[in-house]
Ligand binder design. Structure first.
Ligand SMILES: N[C@@H](CCC[C@H](N)C(=O)O)C(=O)O
Length: 279
């Protein structure tokens, strides 16, 4: 099976062009190929597919095999793959995801390859029903107190098609993300688990984010997470609608200005291609 390894701000996935390849069991393929010792090594698997209603369709599987509705860093790489590998020639494209059909604009560099992509990430969901999260279906979860392992936390929860719990901390680099992240991912409040974003505010227009991802553990970046952080900052009055988000693997530029779609601009990088033939 031919594959391409790509990353967006260090959030790395194995991409398979399903215009050429047929994948029968993406759940076990993602578990095997994502393994950093026995596989290619990645945060998960992304399939690039034909669509009936857009230019392309993507499906995204976490390293544990669970399928996610959307992947913000992944969708930029899908767009880059499609343009650089000749699946399409235009720089404004539409991709079908589990969070609807999303619009993307591709920025092509002097070498004729895509370097950055802007994605309209869809509208956020703020009710507990959309996450999903336990409690009254129409209530928002803003600054909800939660004491865990000696830490007094406050959760603000946002759906970007997939669920995110945003937590503000003082010193994010010192925060025990690997200890607290999985406790929240698997907390009984979240029947389909959740991604967790730990955020330190630098200024009203700048934050540092670390991410504990549902189904993958700590990753170097999360695009839907950065969108959730943008929305959480506005609705709790902590940050402005236009922020620079510093993640461990790079920066993402985020906008949520009119209560509509969240915009994200960031890099997309191809690392290598290969043939996966275990055994
Ligand atoms: N890294 C992604 C999100 C991947 C899916 C997530 N782990 C989930 O299960 O919802 C991004 O960049 O958005």
């Amino acid at each position: 099976m031919k594959f391409t390894k790509m990353h967006g701000a260090g959030n790395d996935y194995v991409y398979v062009n399903c215009f050429e390849e047929q994948i029968d069991d993406p759940v076990s393929l993602s578990q095997q190929i994502s393994d950093r010792h026995f596989g290619v090594g990645s945060d998960g698997l992304i399939l690039i597919l034909p669509s009936d209603c857009a230019d392309l369709r993507m499906r995204m599987f976490n390293a544990d095999g669970s399928e996610a509705e959307m992947c913000g860093n992944g969708i930029r790489c899908v767009a880059k793959y499609a343009y650089d590998h000749g699946l399409m020639q235009k720089t404004d494209i539409r991709i079908e995801t589990g969070h609807g059909v999303l619009d993307l604009h591709l920025y092509v560099g002097s070498a004729g390859r895509v370097e950055r992509v802007r994605v309209a990430m869809g509208r956020p969901g703020l009710t507990r029903a959309t996450l999903p999260m336990s409690g009254p279906a129409n209530d928002q979860a803003l600054n909800v107190p939660l004491d865990l392992a000696g830490h007094s936390l406050e959760l603000t929860c946002v759906s970007m098609g997939n669920p995110h719990a945003v937590i503000y901390v003082d010193e994010v680099e010192q925060f025990p993300v690997a200890e607290i992240g999985p406790l929240i991912e698997h907390h009984p409040w979240f029947p389909r688990r959740t991604n967790v974003e730990f955020v330190q505010i630098i200024s009203p227009a700048e934050v540092i984010q670390r991410t504990w991802e549902r189904g993958a553990g700590e990753t170097l970046a999360c695009g839907t997470g950065a969108a959730a952080v943008t929305v959480a900052g506005v609705v709790t009055g902590r940050t402005e609608g236009r922020i620079t988000n510093h993640l461990r693997g790079g920066d993402l530029y985020m906008e949520w200005l009119d209560g509509g779609e969240v915009l994200m601009t960031g890099p997309a990088v191809e690392v290598f291609s290969g043939i996966y033939a275990p055994g």
